[in-house]
Ligand binder design. Structure first.
Ligand code: PMT
Length: 407
């Protein structure tokens, strides 16, 4: 028999939402296990959840009052805005129904649970439970994806006999997997506390004249996914971003720039005190040697554009890194991608490099998903399968933390 170390959640405060499905009775066991693992557990129940199990059950198991009413005396205000949401290490939604997932995806705050999820910046972990067809429905799948892209974490539902009489996917994940996921989430939530993370993101633009520039299709999504993940782990995050239509997460400092030289200057200004630098920006390697203040007029003849090199930002960061600063780069390649990326790893003196493929139409550029390989040292290698960029960001930070621990 495999030995599983006991779960340890001593000193952790958890806000646990219970949704209205038959799995609510199993959630009682999870709440009990959380308390036995040492967590201070505060339960919120939706109206539908109370049809399946009474609040008294969860009160007895958690040893805390159970919150059910959005408009109860002092409850909503205290919990949603200044009380538990602030004090909690993570918010866990147990037995999430298709209905609650849809509300969370659309930001509908019509009960205490969905209000708390909307109001928190703490990690949110969801363990869904529902009938297979409801889980497979494209609306539910799209909602799950939306939430995942925003950084919500999931414990995969299990398969087996369902209360509706069918057999399939949709059972609440087992207690052990839920507790392991919660442990991971709360550990991650503090792991970059007190550390400064500096990220470059998005494209740069190199103007030829006031109406034309050289650039690339980077959207800034990968950089912002990394910023969200680093902030979620407690870091103080600064993003130096080229032009993007995306909005940075709250609590992240954004320095907006246009050209590679502006990005270089902003990075060097913010570098002191940085513990982790990640170069996710697609920086133009060259800029036009000459800039015309007036729009270049069309003429029948062809034109030759002379280019000159831009500063290599990440190479300069590497060379002037603060003591102990870890430097992670990206490499976007069309061919021989790992060989070229390893060359960059060495030439730019990076601690690791994330390789992604570009092809006609962009590939990793501008896409919602990415498939990458992380390379480090002489032969370190981890493949991250295609997933939303939020998931890729989490995998990269996990790897970086492991490399930093063993440096
Ligand atoms: O923004 P998205 O649409 O989400 O797309 C994400 C991405 C594809 C842009 C991102 O995942 C990515 O691969 N970024 C790096 C793209 C790139 O320009 O790679 P590169 O091989 O040219 O550069 C290697 C490394 O040097 C990168 O870390 C880059 O930021 C850095 N660099 C490059 C040139 C330069 N002058 N200064 C730099 O710092």
């Amino acid at each position: 028999m495999k030995f599983e170390p006991p779960h340890d959640l001593r000193g952790r405060t958890l806000l646990v939402g219970i949704c209205g499905g038959i799995a609510a009775y199993k959630c009682a066991g999870v709440v009990s296990a959380l308390r036995q693992a040492g967590a201070d557990v505060h339960v919120i129940m939706t109206d539908a959840a109370q049809r399946f199990v009474t609040p008294l059950t969860f009160q007895a198991l958690s040893n805390n009052p159970v919150h059910t009413d959005m408009f109860g005396e002092g409850t909503a205000w205290e919990i949603a805005h200044i009380g538990l949401v602030r004090k909690t290490d993570a918010l866990v939604v147990l037995g999430a129904t298709a209905n609650t997932l849809a509300k969370l995806a659309y930001g509908i705050a019509d009960n205490l649970l969905t209000t708390c999820v909307l109001a928190t910046r703490k990690p949110v972990l969801v363990a869904a439970a529902m009938n297979t067809q409801m889980l497979d429905a494209s609306a539910t799948q799209e909602n799950l994806r939306t939430l995942q892209e925003r950084g919500v974490l999931f414990v995969e539902p299990g398969s087996g006999f369902l209360a509706c009489g069918e057999t399939g996917e949709g059972r609440l994940a087992n207690e052990h997997d839920i507790l392991s996921a919660i442990e991971l989430v709360v550990r991650r939530a503090h792991e970059l506390e007190g550390e400064r993370v500096l990220i470059t993101s998005g494209p740069t633009r190199e103007f030829i004249d006031p109406s034309r520039f050289l650039s690339n299709p980077s959207s800034g999504l990968m950089g912002l996914a990394l910023a969200t993940e680093a902030r979620g782990r407690g870091a103080q995050v600064t993003v130096v971003s080229g032009p993007t239509s995306l909005r940075a997460p709250a609590d992240v400092t954004v320095v907006s720039v246009t050209t590679a030289r502006e990005m270089h200057a902003a990075v060097m200004e913010h570098l002191p005190g940085t513990a982790l630098f990640i170069g996710a920006a697609a920086v133009a390697d060259f800029r036009p040697a000459e800039y015309s203040d007036t729009k270049i007029k069309k003429s029948g003849a062809g034109r030759t554009l002379v280019l000159e090199p831009n500063p290599d930002i990440i190479a300069d960061v590497s060379a002037h890194r603060p003591p102990g600063c870890f430097v992670a780069g990206f490499a976007a390649e069309t061919d021989e991608i790992e060989r070229r990326a390893r060359e960059k790893l060495t030439a730019k003196r990076l601690d690791c490099v994330v390789v992604n493929r570009i092809d006609i139409g962009g590939g990793a550029f501008g896409a919602r998903d990415n498939e990458v390989t992380i390379l480090w040292g002489s032969d370190g290698r981890e493949a991250v399968t295609r997933a939303p960029k939020s998931v890729v960001a989490a995998a990269l930070l996990d790897r970086i933390q492991q490399l930093r621990r063993h440096a």
